[in-house]
Design a protein around this ligand. Structure first.
Ligand code: ARG
Length: 434
């Protein structure tokens, strides 16, 4: 006999079962500990409204704690013929406790159960991503400080434009990440609401104490409206995907810079041999495969919001099984992002930066604005100074003074890294304080 919770005495077709369960037996393992947390809160609440006796609560709690230990030891599996994590936990309880186990599902449905699991899981995933972002942020500021005096070309239109520095470059990505953290905070807030009690999507005739489960699970508030609670499946993922996409866009951009600058025509940065890859035919090659894979993965991650939007477009209100596939998209996405963030943090610890790049005469014109400004500071109107230097360039007589003197906040000579760090920490703290 099949072990579906909904089994009514007939055997579902094997192919149908495989097709509908899909990757759940694997993916749901990550939800297992949250499923138990949700159940522990649910039964406490059931006892408080008289649907379980104190003894039943004690027995169920002890058994759920045993399941939690199994999960932490890595011994929990979703068995053949069992559809998902929710079914597996309930089946373990009934196998051990008989009728008491069968009482746990009063007033809830797998629809709000999976929602509560996902909300708890995503809350933790946001924190895991935020921690990885912070590690990269710290590394970037370290690179920025270490190389704050090393100049490099700044480009516009990919044409040599004005002096920049590696300090400015690394600090820019750090500050960009601080903005991405705002989106992570928003994703955290969206996830941090309690859907439990919405049951199949329309509530229950039991007098469920939803404030109590909200408190027990540490959510900031319930999703009050039971239909809104169900609608949050997909919406929560979209909020998280926006944040993932934002971080991926920052990191992908950084990876693209590194790929270009490792190109021998630039040669601005390099890495120790063991961190580069080779060619099977060209013996001299040291390729930036790490940053190419990172760029590719980060580009793919930016399609996640689209994938989610298409998957959920125009679904009828209420639960639809399509929603199960959100897990297939979202779970690998957060893993990939954390993997890329950690790889970037590792690689940047070993980055080698070329000094004296701007000494090459090919960059002479990068100093024109400096020289115009020097004339202006000496009293010449800006447009006259611009023409004077412009004519020198035109006639081939321009000779740069090569002196760079930027002192305003956020410029080469005054990076403001300490302020960027405070901004980041304040945003991270706001998120973890919730
Ligand atoms: N595995 C399902 C999901 O992720 C669990 C909910 C099943 N609910 C249902 N009504 N079939 O969506």
């Amino acid at each position: 006999m099949g072990r579906q919770l909904w089994n009514k005495g007939f055997e579902p077709d094997k192919m149908i079962e495989q097709f509908t369960v899909g990757a759940d037996r694997d993916l749901d393992l990550r939800l297992a500990r949250y499923d138990v947390m949700g159940s522990l809160a649910h039964i406490k609440m059931l006892e408080s409204i008289g649907l379980l006796t104190a003894d039943e609560l004690a027995v169920l709690t002890a058994e759920l704690e045993r399941v939690a230990e199994m999960i932490e030891r890595g011994e929990f599996v979703i068995e053949e013929g069992v559809e998902d994590v929710h079914s597996q936990v309930e089946l373990l309880l009934t196998a051990r406790l008989g009728d008491v186990g069968k009482k746990i599902h009063s007033g809830r449905s797998r629809n709000d159960q999976v929602l509560v699991d996902l909300k708890l899981f995503f809350r933790d995933e946001v924190s895991r991503i935020a921690a990885a972002v912070q590690r990269l942020f710290d590394r970037l500021l370290e690179v920025s400080e270490r190389y704050k005096d090393v100049l490099m070309p700044g480009y516009t239109h990919l044409q040599v434009a004005m002096p920049s520095s590696f300090g400015l470059w690394a600090g820019a990505y750090a500050e960009s990440l601080a903005d991405d953290v705002l989106l992570l905070g928003a994703a955290y807030d969206v996830a941090n609401q309690n859907p439990l009690g919405s049951a199949a999507g329309y509530g229950s005739s039991f007098p469920l104490d939803r404030e109590m489960t909200t408190r027990l699970l540490g959510f900031s508030s319930p999703h009050y409206n039971v239909v809104a609670a169900q609608m949050s499946r997909g919406k929560t993922e979209r909020a998280l995907a926006s944040a993932v996409s934002a971080v991926a866009s920052t990191l992908g951009h950084l990876a693209a810079d590194v790929c270009m600058w490792m190109c021998s025509n630039f040669g601005f940065v390099s890495f120790p041999d063991e961190l580069t890859t080779g060619s099977s035919i060209m013996p001299h090659k040291k390729n930036p495969d790490v940053f190419e894979i990172m760029r590719g993965k980060c580009n793919r991650l930016q399609s996640v919001p689209n994938e989610l939007a298409l998957l959920t477009a125009n679904l009828p209100l209420g639960y639809n099984r399509d929603l199960q596939l959100l897990k297939d998209i979202m779970f690998p996405a957060t893993d990939t992002l954390v993997e890329c963030l950690d790889m970037a943090t590792f690689m940047l610890a070993h980055i080698r930066i070329r000094e004296g790049i701007l000494d090459d005469p090919m960059y002479d014109y990068i100093f024109t604005v400096e020289d115009v400004n020097r004339l202006v500071l000496g009293g010449m109107p800006f447009r006259d100074a611009y023409r004077l230097i412009g004519t020198q360039v035109q006639e081939g007589t321009y000779r740069p003074t090569r002196e760079v003197h930027h002192t305003h906040l956020g410029s080469i000579g005054c990076l403001g890294n300490d302020r960027i760090a405070s901004k980041m920490h304040e945003r991270l703290d706001r998120m973890t304080a919730k």
